[in-house]
Design a protein around this ligand. Structure first.
Ligand code: ADP
Ligand code: ZN
Length: 729
């Protein structure tokens, strides 16, 4: 399993998770060590986690080289994962230690014994419990009986460890050995529905790709309900037959529950689950089982890409166009692209599934780099919904009303027929603007360059950028006049108010991420809706993502123009994808024809027309032509440099100086634009300034960027982050 081993005393290079930026020399410990071994090494007065990264460089005072403390009890990190971390670090210009942290966050490698004891619910829970004790029981129930360590449980329940110990004495909670070595039950690859039409050829192609065991990337394109999931599960089944592991990435934690159930129904057992909603104890088990082959399928969020797979045979990126695959904090990476990178290093196929692929993927298909499989029809009799515009200029709605007569009539008809209608508005909260009618002042966040959004359920104004809240003011903070503050514009909460007044008999459900304390509560709400416990569903972006509501036959988009405002070059692509996704929610069920109605003030806008007309290839070609002319991704390369500091003058000065010293960029033909205020110009009291770098495709941009930013050392309170392939430009 080791690539190289080193006898005791030999010089080895160890990469730690400490922010030092380089691999350090140590001496191999007693008994020797090998490449990829997890080790504990002394660093100054501390002992830190590291991985043996190769032979030592010997460029450090030999007398000062210290010995590795001990080799940790864990499967060594494979050469493939080390290579992936190295390449990912180079691509995203992230220091390697920070990259390593993504791959070592969960396992608790150094804690060892402290993590051996875990807690779960015992026998009978008494009715009368103190608040703190009740919270412990609730926390254990929330994770569906998954055991937790003392620390985790105390944190989840927000109580001291003595409360838990007390419950152990009562027998309500049981203390036991951690199930860290428990493998996942094997999945049975037989079964699955009989595929039909073009599903057959698509599944055959993917199965062949898995069997070949070589790198390839394939776009699996088909409208919602066309059977993409059934088709890629065939490839997963082939993986199981071949004794390899499969990773399925989903963009949203709320989607995992439904998906896991489906996998369980198909393969007879639950696969491993990996995301921030999974307890640390369970994540430790997954980490270990993935490394030792005790888990054959992992369903997870983007961080599942950094698990130590033993024999990875397939990566699926579902809803590949989804913007939440882009990690926007810490290490800035796009999980779709990193999935392709890892697969190319491992030598296995990647499947990118989507009804509305990203322009990047579309362009890679056109360039012949990715394959493409199409599922042209919805499964069974279900058809794509009919899409129509409602011209809001003709509707003449009174102020403070957002549902047109035309749309309301349709909603009433669907509800009367016992079906469901969904109203989509991509705005959380009650009203996006709180304004003083006396002086026109708009209430903004004290720390960010953002307006405060009123949330009636919370009875507060909330900043959607930093989460700061304040009470809704009675008097204007600017002019002091009382009683003239007004909520302006709609959010989903306000829309719900209008709908409730208009359809007093209907059961109305609001789906918005902030209305639910946890992913679990959200899941429960989604299941209730799918089970028919609501007539009208009001939702933000989360309703667009893959949930299956069989009774839903009408989708009304309250403001189809919302995404088209602003100067972002991706606005058209985003709006097109979002509107098609949302519309795709309607009429999934067999025998019911769905309708999608888009309220718009500009029905003649080319993007709105493309959405309604449904000629996707024409839309992509037009988008591609515009991007090519502008020289922007995917036809050119871009990077954003975000500089931030509490001191606005300092950050502009620094950015200006950096922009002037553009020699290293000009040498590769790259140009720098800015400085300009970043898309989010102030967050948590820090002023953010952006430089945009543009280069032609095929340019070694990362090397040039590294040389460029290395010229100037940022002052202590100034932060610099490089965002390769930024989401907005
Ligand atoms: P997508 O992933 O493209 O949205 P799904 O794979 O979820 O589509 O399929 C939509 C629905 O149709 C699911 O309930 C699925 O089980 C069902 N389905 C798709 N193909 C078949 C098939 N060949 N036989 C039986 N049911 C199918
Ligand atoms: Zn704020």
């Amino acid at each position: 399993m080791h690539d190289r081993t080193y006898p005791e005393g030999a010089l080895v290079g160890v990469l730690t998770t400490e922010p030092l930026g380089r691999v350090l020399d140590y001496r191999a410990p007693e008994g020797g060590c090998g490449d990829g071994d997890f080790v504990e090494v002394p660093l100054g007065p501390r002992r830190v986690l590291g991985v043996v990264w190769g032979p030592g460089r010997g460029d450090w005072d030999i007398a000062k080289v210290r010995a590795v403390g001990r080799v940790l009890e864990a499967p060594p990190m494979r050469a493939e994962l080390r290579a992936f971390l190295g390449r990912a670090a180079d691509y995203t210009l992230t220091p390697l230690p920070q990259m390593l942290r993504l791959a070592t966050r969960a396992p608790g490698l150094m804690e060892g014994a402290a993590l051996r004891r875990v807690y779960r619910l015992g026998g009978v829970v008494p009715n009368q419990l103190t608040d703190a004790r009740h919270r412990v029981v609730e926390a254990l129930r929330a994770f569906q009986g998954a055991p937790m360590t003392l620390g985790e449980l105390a944190e989840e329940a927000g109580c001291g460890t003595s409360v838990i110990k007390g419950l152990v004495k009562l027998g309500v909670v049981v203390e036991e050995e951690a199930p860290r070595d428990l493998p996942f039950p094997p999945l049975d690859p037989r079964g699955g529905p009989a595929l039909q039409g073009d599903q057959v050829a698509a599944a055959d192609a993917l199965v062949a790709a898995v069997a070949a065991g070589e790198y390839s990337t394939t776009l699996l394109k088909g409208v919602t309900g066309s059977g993409k999931t059934e088709v890629y599960l065939e490839a997963v089944a082939e993986c199981l037959r071949a004794g390899r592991q499969a990773l399925v990435l989903l963009p949203e934690i709320a989607l995992t529950a439904e998906f896991l159930k489906r996998v369980e129904a198909r393969f007879g057992a639950r696969p491993a689950e990996w995301h921030s909603g999974v307890t640390m104890t369970e994540r430790r088990r997954v980490w270990k089982m993935v490394a030792t082959g005790g888990a054959s399928v992992v369903v997870g969020a983007r961080s599942a890409l950094f698990l130590p797979y033993q024999r990875l045979g397939l990566i699926v990126v579902d809803e590949e166009h989804d913007t939440s695959y882009k990690q926007e904090e810490g290490v800035l990476y796009n999980a779709r692209d990193m999935g392709v990178l890892r697969a190319s290093i491992v030598g296995c196929p990647v499947v990118l599934a989507s009804a509305t692929p990203s322009l990047e993927t579309w362009a890679n298909v056109e360039a012949g780099k990715y394959g493409r499989l199409d599922l042209s029809a919805r499964f069974g009799a279900a058809e794509m919904p009919e899409m129509r515009a409602i011209d809001m200029r003709a509707e003449k709605l009174p102020a403070d009303r957002w549902v047109s007569e035309s749309l309301a009539g349709q909603v009433a008809a669907r509800v009367a027929a016992g079906e469901q209608a969904m109203l989509f508005l991509n705005r959380r909260g009650y009203a996006p603007v709180t304004l003083c009618r006396a002086c026109g002042h708009q209430v903004g966040c004290d720390h960010c360059d953002a307006r405060m959004v009123e949330h009636r359920f919370q009875k507060r104004l909330v900043c959607h950028q930093c989460g700061a809240t304040k009470p809704v003011p009675v008097a204007c903070p600017a002019c002091g006049v009382e009683g003239r503050m007004a909520a302006v514009g709609p959010g989903v909460e306000r829309l719900a108010e209008e709908v409730a007044a208009r359809f007093p008999e209907a059961r109305v459900a609001v789906l918005s991420s902030d209305l639910f304390g946890s992913a679990r509560a959200l899941k429960a709400q989604i299941e209730a809706i799918a089970g028919g416990e609501a007539d009208i569903i009001i939702g933000t972006q989360i309703v667009a993502k893959g949930h299956n509501f069989p009774l839903l036959t009408l989708v009304g988009v309250i403001d189809a123009d919302l995404g088209l405002q602003g100067s972002d070059l991706r606005a058209a692509e985003r709006t097109f994808q979002l509107m098609r996704q949302v519309a795709g929610r309607a009429g999934r069920a067999e025998g019911r024809k769905g309708v999608a109605l888009l309220q718009t003030h500009q029905p003649e806008h080319p993007v709105i027309r493309a959405i309604l007309g449904g000629d996707e290839e024409a839309f992509w070609r037009a988008e591609a032509a515009e991007r090519r002319a502008a020289g922007v991704p995917p036809y050119g390369r871009m990077a954003g440099i975000i500089l931030s500091s509490p001191d606005v003058a300092q950050v502009f000065d620094f950015a200006g100086e950096l922009a002037r010293r553009d020699g290293p960029l000009r040498r590769v033909g790259a140009q720098v634009f800015g400085p300009a205020p970043a898309p989010i110009a102030r967050v948590r009291g820090r002023h953010r300034v952006r430089l945009l770098v543009k280069a032609e495709k095929g340019v070694a941009l990362q090397a040039a960027l590294a040389d460029w930013v290395a010229q100037l050392k940022p002052p202590a309170n100034l932060r610099l982050a490089i965002d390769i392939d930024p989401q907005s430009f």
